[in-house]
Design a protein around this ligand. Structure first.
Ligand SMILES: [Zn+2]
Length: 91
């Protein structure tokens, strides 16, 4: 009975170029965290889905909770995607 849409969670992702949020879908089984007090808590990178421990994550500049907190992303995504986009859009 499951439909494909039901397996995706829709978040929102900040677009540095347009300065607006865009719908952003991730697989429903990804565990995304914006906050934890357990540095060993497992979570997935909000961009590539890699499994991480909370303590080794970076706060996303782009994928945010409805309240505006950044979800956790891995070091590679943070420095190869998010930081360059931010630098490029802030002259
Ligand atoms: Zn990543």
């Amino acid at each position: 009975m499951e439909q494909e849409e039901a397996l995706m969670a829709t978040l929102r992702r900040w677009n540095e170029a347009t300065r607006e949020y865009e719908p952003y879908e991730v697989p429903d089984h990804w565990k995304l965290l914006a906050y934890s007090n357990d540095m060993d808590e497992p979570c997935n990178c909000a961009l590539c889905g890699r499994e991480l421990a909370f303590g080794e994550c970076y706060t996303s500049f782009q994928v945010h909770t409805p309240a505006g907190f950044g979800y956790m992303v891995c070091e590679a995504c943070h420095f190869s995607i998010e930081v360059p986009q931010r630098m490029a859009c802030r002259g």
